[in-house]
Design a protein around this ligand. Sequence first.
Ligand SMILES: *Cc1c(COP(=O)(O)O)cnc(C)c1O
Length: 356
Amino acid sequence: MKKHNFNAGPSILPRIAIENTAKAILDLNGTGLSVLEISHRSKDFEAIINEAVALFKELLNIPEGYHVLFLGGGASLQFCMVPYNLLNKKAAYLETGVWAKKALKEAKLFGEVVTVASSADKNFSYIPKGFTIPADVDYFHITTNNTIYGTEIREDLDSPVPLVADMSSDILSRPVDVSKYALIYGGAQKNLGPAGVTFVIVREDILGKVDRPIPTMLDYRTHVKENSLFNTPPVLPIYTVMETLRWIKSLGGVAEIEKMNKEKAQLLYNAIDNSKMFVGTAEKDSRSLMNICFVMKPEYADKEEAFLEFAKKRGMVGIKGHRSVGGFRASTYNALPLESVQALVECMHDFEKENA
Ligand SMILES: *Cc1c(COP(=O)(O)O)cnc(C)c1O
């Protein structure tokens, strides 16, 4: 049976990226060697990482003065590296969920932290609006897509101070005006590649401004200087990222991807909004195009398990909601085809016909 992969992360990747990775594991470009058994300083690997960086820059239209890095440690290590490198006295954070809170917690180890606004009062079901970004902070940190709650900041904010964004779960899902950000980071395993590699897009002129010494591996300047090859980087995940970027380019780039993402999300949100049985959990103007969260209406609360079983029989994978929200979550990342969303919508209709 065909599986429809709605996993939140690690999650669905383009089939072609997986197939080409499998080929490169067996024989990289006819070299007779696996990508797993060559030096990260070889010409062959250098070509891979350089292509990945070049495609990232091309697809996101990254201006001069920025570097693209591929590091280890996940987005969670960036929660610490960002303040280590950028927080001299004070930073500001927008608290929009668990990941934002974790980032905030690390920053407090390095200086004063202002929570500019929070949506904790309603279980992070909306993106705060009308807040003022203080002008006297070293940077302002946001989480553009809140993977657990299904909310997303889909515009590039104007910030009077350097803007830092965790884009783990919506990178390359839409065009981004990178010039409005000082630093963008994320784990690859939601929308870009396998677990094990973290991307960082950093504007060079924000580095080197803190008073504290920074350990070599945690200093962005080390990785900028060495083109992410200071030590052995996660070579295989970088290979797959490069293949995913090729795939995005082959579809026409991020503007095309965004159209497809909008179509998929609209289809599912419409089904939720027109349902007798299901209801969305995120406020409408904060809804994410990447993670679509919904629950049973109170009168059908006892049908939750039955729906999960029903959906499983139809090939739906990964639609159980995160424990802090409950209900269901369908992650509709770039690589998820429209037909999977169509299949889920049909599944919801059929369940409703039988049970409502
Ligand atoms: C998954 C996720 C993280 C954590 O990423 P790791 O690579 O596991 O550290 C951080 N932020 C967001 C928005 C995420 O979705």
